[in-house]
Write a protein that binds this ligand. Structure first.
Ligand code: HEC
Length: 124
C-alpha cells in the first residue's frame, strides 16, 4: 500500500458515516417501492396493520401522517423514527416489522430508508 492509500483507506468508513458523496434518496423511486414490497400487504387498504395502527403507506401523505397516535417518520432523525426502530427490531422484538417476517428487507435497503429520512424525508 502506498502512503496515500494508507491514510485514505481507514478514512472510508468514517466518510461513509458522515455521508460524504452519498446519493440523494428519492421517495418515489426508492422509498415507495420498498413500502410496496415489504409493507403494503398489511398497511394498504384492508390490511391488518392499517386496521390496528391506522398507519397506511399508499402514498407520501399517508406515510407522513403516521398511526392514529402520530407520525412514525421524523424528518432528519432516522434513529428515533418509530418506523426505523420497528424495522430494525430496536423496539420490542414482537413488534418487528414486517410483522410476519417472511419477507425481510436487507440491511442495504434499510440503510436507504434511513438516508432518506436523514435527508429530510422529502416528497422527492
Ligand atoms: C404481516 C403484516 C404486516 C406487515 C407485512 C407490516 N406490518 Fe406494520 N403493523 C402490522 C400490525 C398488525 C400493526 C399494529 C401494531 C402491532 O400489532 O404491532 C403494525 C403497526 C406498524 C407500525 C406502528 C406501530 C405503532 O407504534 O403503533 C409501524 C411504524 C409499522 N407497522 C411499520 C411497518 C413497516 C415499515 C413495514 C414494512 C417494512 C410493515 N410495518 C409491515 C402488520 C404488518
Amino acid at each position: 500500500m502506498n502512503k496515500i492509500a494508507r491514510i485514505l483507506v481507514p478514512l472510508f468508513p468514517a466518510m461513509a458515516l458522515l455521508g460524504c458523496g452519498e446519493q440523494s434518496v428519492s421517495y418515489l423511486s426508492d422509498v415507495q417501492p420498498f413500502l410496496d414490497k415489504y409493507c403494503m400487504r398489511c398497511h394498504g387498504a384492508d390490511g391488518e396493520g392499517s386496521e390496528v395502527s391506522g398507519l397506511r403507506m399508499d402514498d407520501y401523505e399517508s406515510l407522513m401522517k403516521g398511526t392514529k397516535y402520530g407520525p412514525v417518520v421524523k424528518p432528519g432523525d432516522s434513529f428515533t423514527s418509530a418506523l426505523v426502530m420497528l424495522v430494525e427490531g430496536r423496539a420490542d422484538p414482537s413488534l418487528k416489522m414486517p410483522h410476519d417476517g417472511n419477507k425481510t428487507p436487507s440491511q442495504a435497503e434499510i440503510e436507504r430508508i434511513k438516508t432518506w429520512i436523514d435527508q429530510g424525508a422529502k416528497n422527492n
